[in-house]
Design a protein around this ligand. Structure first.
Ligand code: GTP
Ligand code: MG
Length: 338
């Protein structure tokens, strides 16, 4: 079968031949990989590209240690928490980002589409949670900066493709490559004992079983559960059919273990348009006071808390005075007196 190589592919191949540095070669090979026509006639060539990329990426990693790109590719945090989308090629990471946020990432039926981190903001009630789409993690493509973005995220969504024949291998590859970067994807509550290992960072993770609309999805979901239900919460979804997505923002909010605290001026009503302070669960009056103003640590005399917004629960605090180490809950309204 003729390969029918495109002009873009041939141009990238030309750049590869003229490339001098590892970086230039890798960039050109990736361009070749992205532009090579995906059909039976090019399978050998595709495998060859993957092999060459794996070799070059490994060599480049050895030469430079942690890539300089790490700093360039870090993503500025915004919103109540940062959630990284990690996974094998073509599993639907970018499709999920597009469904859950207003971002418009490139989505394609071939692998290795995403090359740069792409953030998007997912609304949850009155706050936003940042999702970060990433390039795929696979033997021939793994770059240290991807690991760095995952390491610095608050939560990881490990996305898998329920229609893939190589489902379990893909998950294992991702877990192994990240372990190589000293990142352990743990259940949302953490893996017992993992913190004991030196320099290994455990990142709370939800396993997002995407393409549940596709062929073989039900059987593969069962297999996935058999292997991983002890380690990760598993959420079947479909970015294409938009199933399982409605509850995801609430779930991410809960897993991030953050709370929203509203502040109001003494004697005034709460202004409903004022955004809440988003702080870690377990934060105290003082933690929020500090976030409002540095000087409050010194000048705060007392605070009052209202907990009346919480539906279906008896009012526990109705403007009572509380001391500065009083722990707060999601939805609390705080009046700071200085
Ligand atoms: N059937 C089905 N197809 C999906 C679903 N989600 C994504 N796809 C398709 O899967 C292919 C890959 O989607 P992407 O979102 O580009 O996947 P990705 O994980 O970002 O891919 P890379 O950036 O290459 O790692 C596209 O053809 C999508 O239309 C889904 O829920 N069901
Ligand atoms: Mg992508």
């Amino acid at each position: 079968m003729p390969a029918n190589l495109t002009p873009q592919y041939l141009a990238a191949e030309e750049r590869f031949k003229n490339a001098v540095t590892h970086e230039e070669k890798i960039e050109a090979l990736r361009e070749m990989q992205a532009t090579i026509p995906k059909h039976k006639g090019t399978e050998k060539l595709q495998a060859d590209l993957r092999r060459r990329l794996a070799k070059l990426t490994a060599e480049a990693g050895k030469k430079h240690g942690v890539s300089k790109a790490s700093a360039m590719y870090s993503v500025r945090r915004e919103g109540g928490g940062q959630v990284a989308l990690a996974g094998a090629p073509n599993v639907g990471k970018s499709s999920l980002l597009a469904r859950l946020t207003h971002a418009t990432p490139e989505i394609a039926e071939y692998p290795f589409t995403t090359r740069l981190p792409q953030p998007g903001m997912m609304p949850f009630e009155d706050i936003q949670i940042q999702l970060v789409d990433l390039p795929p993690i696979a033997e021939e493509y793994y770059e240290p900066w991807v690991g760095n973005v995952i390491r610095s995220a608050d939560l990881v969504l490990l996305v898998v493709d329920l229609t893939s024949d190589a489902l379990l291998d893909e998950v294992e590859d991702v877990l192994r490559l990240l372990e190589g970067s000293r990142i352990r994807l743990a259940g949302a509550g953490g893996v017992p004992g993992s913190a004991a290992e030196e320099n290994v960072v455990a990142r709370g993770t939800l396993l997002i079983a995407n393409k549940c609309d596709g062929p073989e999805a039900a059987g593969n979901l069962q297999i996935l559960r058999e292997f991983y239900h002890h380690r990760f919460p598993i959420l079947p979804v479909s970015a294409a059919a938009e199933t399982g997505l409605a509850d995801l923002p609430r779930r991410l909010f809960d897993e991030l273990r953050i709370i929203r605290v509203y502040t109001k001026a003494p004697g005034k009503k709460l202004d409903p348009s004022t955004p809440p302070y988003v702080v870690k669960a377990g934060s105290t009056v003082l933690d929020v006071a500090r976030a409002v103003h540095r000087d409050f640590e010194r000048s705060l005399k007392f605070a009052r808390v209202c907990r009346s917004r919480r539906a279906g629960r008896p009012v526990q605090f109705d403007g009572q005075m509380v001391e500065r180490h009083h722990p707060l809950e999601d939805g609390d309204i705080l009046e700071l007196h200085v």
